[in-house]
Design a binder for this molecule. Sequence first.
Ligand SMILES: [Zn+2]
Length: 81
Amino acid sequence: MPIYEFRCLSCGNLFEKLFLIPNEKVEIRCPKCQSDSFERVISRVNYVNRPGSSAGTPKVVTKSCSPGSTCATFEIPGPGE
Ligand SMILES: [Zn+2]
């Protein structure tokens, strides 16, 4: 049962929709403002926890960006092309 995450384009609210039946024709509306304009959000949690893959583990990269200090950046692999 896939859970898809959506972001309302009207108010920016994030909400999830559980699809009980594959390819089910469902009406999706923002639970906050009842808008029907939204975009699909790829859930980072589901991606990182994808079984059988270590590619989704975020990696911390430390660089020296100026003398005497370091900067840490996160490298989070995106979805495969
Ligand atoms: Zn909304």
